[in-house]
Write a protein that binds this ligand. Structure first.
Ligand code: FAD
Length: 393
């Protein structure tokens, strides 16, 4: 149950326009009605909620900030607020959204041909087709430039892909995979690999303790044939890959905020009701200190998200700003979830109270889209001019 008191302590709402509030309200209403009641069970069983996809597609959140091709064309703040609301309901569902919308759709939109966009984006916006984004490999995580997957051009013009990808969200059921591979000239190129392509196999990663209601996958490609028309023409090196990550990372920052908000609301409602020593625990100074520290960080993160979203709309947000946003929000969400868990006492570890689910899901988001460390070093490079994560000798 939601707490009666809103999380908006400093009236960040006064910075929002009517359309932004309408999007947030519509997504929140759907999340409360459709997602919140069922997600803890999916999470517990480590199952993906396929039955929610049609309604998620109708909400307009997939590719919500993209223009045309059946996408909603919201501004970046409205998109962020939609992500925030999905994440309030479930961090796993938000991860599905980042992969489908922030990574796969954005890659096709930014780097694809007109035909590729027409073919995939409208159906992906409605969740009738699902995408994934295969960058990470078993031996290439924070350093994607060391990837080993290769793409060889055949004399007929088609490509042959060989290699492995690890951690790829949605890949076991995706209709299309954006796969990054090194071509013979040493550059990184992007390919749209369609489901059931010969030589393309997926296996879901089992036994996860985080992000349990969404599936990550190991992909193996053995002489996997891809036609030239499925190469992304705009993907001209590792920089193209990283530019897509920046878009998605922005969404992940709002995800951390949304999960932190839910943890705070649950803790506040609980503290007002739970009686010990003949008084509600919200009346104890130590409980208030916990609640204040949570709402303090949430308030600052809200302002930062709205501000960077506005900069992004104007084309003035640079990648390091977005790294700072992601780094901050996930680190703060991690602390807030732990504090909320503590405030709930023993009940905090029960899935019915949702905080434990958020606490576990935040761990995955803390590491994907650039680990906390890597985003910190991106900011470090921006302020010093020194790159601390260059390849070793
Ligand atoms: P490593 O790179 O091995 O890092 C291990 C540790 O070393 C980390 O703490 C890291 O911060 C630290 N480290 C590494 N290099 C440095 C350095 N230079 N300086 C300081 N510290 C350093 N990938 C995809 O391509 N597509 C997906 O859909 C996808 N979804 C994911 C979903 C989940 C739930 C998770 C957990 C991961 C997902 N990933 C995906 C992969 C994710 O992007 C990587 O896990 C991430 O980039 C880190 O790589 P790694 O796990 O190999 O860790």
């Amino acid at each position: 149950k939601r707490a009666p008191q809103p999380t908006d302590f400093i009236n960040a709402d006064s910075l929002l326009g009517d359309e932004e509030k309408e999007v947030r309200g519509r997504v929140r209403e759907w999340v409360d009605r459709e997602a919140v009641p069922v997600m803890p069970d999916y999470w517990d069983r480590a199952e993906f909620p396929f039955d929610l996809l049609p309604a998620l597609g109708e909400l307009g959140v997939m590719g919500g900030a993209l223009e045309g091709y059946g996408c909603a064309g919201w501004n970046n703040v409205a998109y962020g607020l939609a992500v925030q609301e999905i994440a309030r309901g479930s961090g796993s569902l938000a991860t599905f959204l980042h992969v489908q919308s922030g990574l796969a759709m954005t890659a096709i939109y930014e780097l694809g041909s007109e035909e590729q966009k027409e073919r995939w984006l409208p159906e992906m916006a409605r969740c009738e087709k699902i995408g994934c984004f295969g960058l990470t490999e078993p031996e290439a995580g924070s350093d994607p430039g060391s990837m080993r997957t290769t793409a060889r051009r055949r004399s007929g013009g088609d490509w042959v892909l060989n290699g492995e990808k690890k951690w790829i969200g949605n890949a076991s059921f995706a209709d299309v995979a954006v796969i990054w591979a090194r071509t013979e000239d040493g550059k990184i190129a992007g390919f749209l690999v369609e489901k059931d392509s010969p030589g393309y196999r997926t296996a879901v990663l089992p036994r996860k303790g985080s992000q349990r209601a969404v599936w990550q996958t190991h992909i193996t490609m053995e002489d996997c044939r891809v036609p030239e028309e499925n190469r992304l023409p705009g993907a001209t090196g590792l920089g193209s890959t990283l530019s897509i990550l920046t878009h998605s990372r922005y969404g992940v920052a709002w995800d951390g905020l949304g999960q932190a908000m839910d943890c705070y609301e649950v803790a506040l409602a609980y503290a007002r009701e739970r009686q010990q020593f003949g008084r509600n625990i919200a009346s104890f100074q130590l409980t208030q200190q916990k609640l204040v520290s949570m709402v303090n960080e949430i308030s600052l993160a809200q302002l930062a998200c709205i501000h960077v979203g506005r900069l992004k709309d104007r084309g003035e947000a640079n990648p390091a700003m977005i790294s700072m946003l992601k780094m901050n929000n996930l680190a703060k969400a991690r602390q807030i979830a732990a504090t909320a868990r503590e405030a709930l006492g023993g009940n905090g570890i029960l899935l019915d109270y949702r905080v434990m689910e958020h606490m576990a899901d935040i761990e995955g988001a803390y590491t994907y889209e650039g680990t906390h460390d890597i985003n910190m070093l991106i900011v470090g490079q921006a302020i010093t001019g020194e790159k601390a994560f260059a390849p070793g000798p």
